[in-house]
Write a new protein. Sequence first.
Length: 326
Amino acid sequence: MHAHNALADEPARLAALQRLAILDTPREEAFDNVVNLVRTVLSVPISAVTLIDKDRQWFKAIEGIDATETPRSESFCAHAIRQDAPLLIPDAMQDSRVSDYPAVTQDPHVRAYAGVPLVTSDGYNVGALCAVDTKTREFTESELDILRNFARIVVNEMELRRIAERDQLTGALTRRGFIEKVNQEIARCHRYGRAASLVLIDVDHFKSVNDTWGHPAGDAVLRDLAATLGTAGRSADMLGRLGGEEFAMLLPETGVSEALAAAERFRAAIEARPIVVAPTRTIAVTASFGIAMLDSGITVAEEWIARADGPLYDAKRGGRNRCAVA
């Protein structure tokens, strides 16, 4: 679908950007590699993968200047997404659209710009891949072809990230998908001063289930547990499978006492549901829970998970089938 009306439909464009769930995620090698290649191949000092949000330009990758985001109103790429063809500005001083932008009038003194829209598979321009020079310059057709090819690689990479985010067995988010969501929640909470809690969930004596009843029984336990947690959670809560029998639940807008009450609810729901492991055999399963609230010292998902690991260990050591708080 390459609809020209897609250029005018800003709400649908923003929805397409949200579906990618990439805003405010940490830097990733695949995108860093592209901007470094653009700098080398086109010999420009600055290159970036930018995404145009409602009122800001956010950089998934940028080399040559130190920034994570800028206002949309000062963004060259915000102009690039309004057309299908690459946006070329040979001399920013002579272009009334951008000549008064801080990037032009102050450091880094942008002069030439080439930006290719990042077009999703459903036809929306979510951002741009750009090459920026500090001297005036005409970009050649072959240079633009290079940029176009790299832009396709960037979009493929963004869309591939979505596919690998669900665990096949349980339907929970994969570790990678979950960590990405948690990092976004950390950024959101710090930006707006919101509360959130993280609950680590570990199936008690899982190894003995596998050893006694075999792997199909172990799979049934994990599938049922995920279903129980999904039902017991609220719609905004997010379940991830971190690996093996360890799960985690992200509870947005939730303080520590509410999180403990929620974990107690999860614990009781799991304990109350025997799991069918053979036609005539059900087994009782329990789980242990470690809870940690977000605070300003936590900047990435891994730190938050580590914070909840201590109480999870305490719950295990204290006799299992219980909840503990950091």
